[in-house]
Design a protein around this ligand. Structure first.
Ligand code: F6P
Length: 460
């Protein structure tokens, strides 16, 4: 292949530029030209295919900085649907007119769905990204456990099933960790540490909501911030058990910090908070308000009297507060783990593409011997018998439901990722950059301004 296209689809993560960077650096070595498609699948479906030449004369453009969060190519939640064959053929034709011979898509499960119909016209490989860490499998035959009957009985997207297996081996996990996840956990753990001391001082109950949709990996990783209670979407909320634990902890330490994954559900598998459709045509939903809903539950369960008799709180309402960590989980500078592995995945995905693999994803795997290493996996093997890719859920062996904390295996999993996730450079960056006095005198210079000057269009 002499020229490939690259795009970033779906919600952004901090490591997208690092993935693009890794791919472009590898392309430079192989003498492959890389055209970045602007705004993901939206750019691909635009008949003028807005694109940016990322490595003219075999050298990476200076705007492509692996330390910069977000994506210089722009992202959109627009996807391609297999039932719109005309649209797909048109897109493939436009791309080929640009001399593009293969497409490297950086994304999650929605991107794989979009990539699949395109791969029938032009080879495609995926480099994974998602802060939710939900792209992959706990073990190889996991998709087969979703039966037709279950699909009909329980309506997506709230359906979930408990794995038939009591245990998993870490070495079996397909796509062990996804770039973006580590930085999200880094942000969350710091937020919890900060919220802790204020809850502690004012004798309050803090409820911190974290992202992840139906998967509780970010909530699981929040354990590094030492919250007292972690609630993950994979374990339906047992209000009595939670109340018992909250009271026990409040009596002991006069404050409690609770982390709740945004997709936590009640015993009837209904999301605790409100849900709304996202701008994502893949049908993904946005969970809103799990923390607020939990506050209401605790207020009703514990009552004003409980708090008024303790530490002079006026009401349950004032004693319990909620915070969302929000989009800061998805933005900003990626930490070492994400930067390094994203760049590696980008390079690996490019190699898979130029060696004519099609509809594959580059993956990170883990083994006791090698630690984290690169591999690849056929995208279709993520699908169940009905062709659906389900978000990977935290396996129940990773979580101690009684203690509301990661289990031994869950802690082991986290350690393999986070033991050396932060680099010396990350610390140095805080030291030298945050209170850099030049920030006071200069405005933020958006990379979008420079990239706009580089955009080219297909001439018809
Ligand atoms: O899938 C990534 C994610 O950040 C989820 O964790 C979150 O629910 C969702 O995207 C938020 O989407 P939006 O940015 O469209 O509100």
């Amino acid at each position: 292949m002499k020229r490939i296209g690259i795009l970033t689809a779906g919600g952004d993560t901090p490591a997208l530029n690092a993935t693009i960077y890794g791919a472009v650096q590898r392309a430079n070595r192989l003498g492959v030209e890389v055209f970045g498609i602007v705004r993901g699948f939206a750019g691909l479906l635009d008949s003028r295919v807005p694109h940016i030449f990322l490595n003219p004369l075999n050298s990476t453009i200076p705007e492509l900085d692996p330390y910069l969060g977000g994506t210089i190519l722009g992202a959109s939640r627009q996807y391609i649907h297999s039932d719109r064959q005309d649209e797909i053929k048109e897109a493939a034709k436009s791309v080929k007119s640009l001399g593009i011979e293969g497409l490297l898509c950086i994304g999650g499960d929605g991107t794989i769905n979009g990539m699949q119909p395109v791969s029938e016209h032009i080879p495609c490989v995926l480099a994974p990204k998602t802060i939710d860490n939900d792209l992959g499998l706990n073990y190889l035959d996991e998709p087969n456990e979703w039966s037709l009957q279950e699909q009909e009985e329980i309506q997506e997207p709230f359906c979930w099933r408990r794995s038939s297996r009591e245990n998993v081996e870490l070495e079996e996990i397909i796509n062990y960790a996804t770039p973006g996840f580590a930085t999200a956990v880094f942000v969350v753990a710091q937020s919890i540490q900060r919220i802790r001391t204020t809850a502690e001082s004012h004798r309050r109950i803090a409820i911190v909501e974290v992202m992840g949709r139906q998967s509780g990996y970010i909530a699981l990783g929040s354990a590094y911030g030492q919250p007292d209670i972690i609630l993950i979407p994979e374990v339906p909320l047992d209000v009595d058990a939670l109340k018992r634990r909250v009271v026990q902890l409040f009596e002991l330490q006069e404050h409690v910090v609770i982390v709740i994954g945004e997709g936590v559900m009640d015993m009837e598998c209904r999301p605790l908070g409100a849900v709304s459709e996202s701008a994502d045509p893949e049908g993904n939903i946005v969970f809103r308000g799990a923390a607020l809903a939990l506050k209401d539950i605790l207020m009703a369960e514990m009552g004003d009297e409980y708090f008024c008799n303790r530490r002079g709180h006026g009401s349950a309402k004032s004693a319990i507060f909620t915070r969302k960590v929000g989009h800061s989980q998805r933005g900003g500078r990626p930490i070492l783990f994400d930067r390094f592995h994203a760049a590696q995945l980008g390079g690996h995905a490019l190699e898979l593409l130029v060696s004519h693999q099609n509809n594959y994803l580059a993956t990170l795997q883990w083994s006791r011997e090698k630690g984290i290493y690169l591999d690849s996996f056929p995208a279709n093997k993520l699908r169940d018998r009905n062709n659906v890719i389900h978000p990977r859920r935290v396996h129940h062996a990773f979580f101690d439901e009684k203690l509301f904390q990661p289990s031994k295996l869950g802690r082991q999993y986290l350690k393999t990722i986070f033991d050396s996730a932060i680099g010396a450079e990350d610390l140095e960056h805080i030291h030298t950059d945050l209170f850099n006095s030049s920030h006071l005198d200069t405005r933020y210079q958006s990379v979008n301004i420079d990239m706009r000057k580089r955009i080219q269009y297909l001439e018809h």
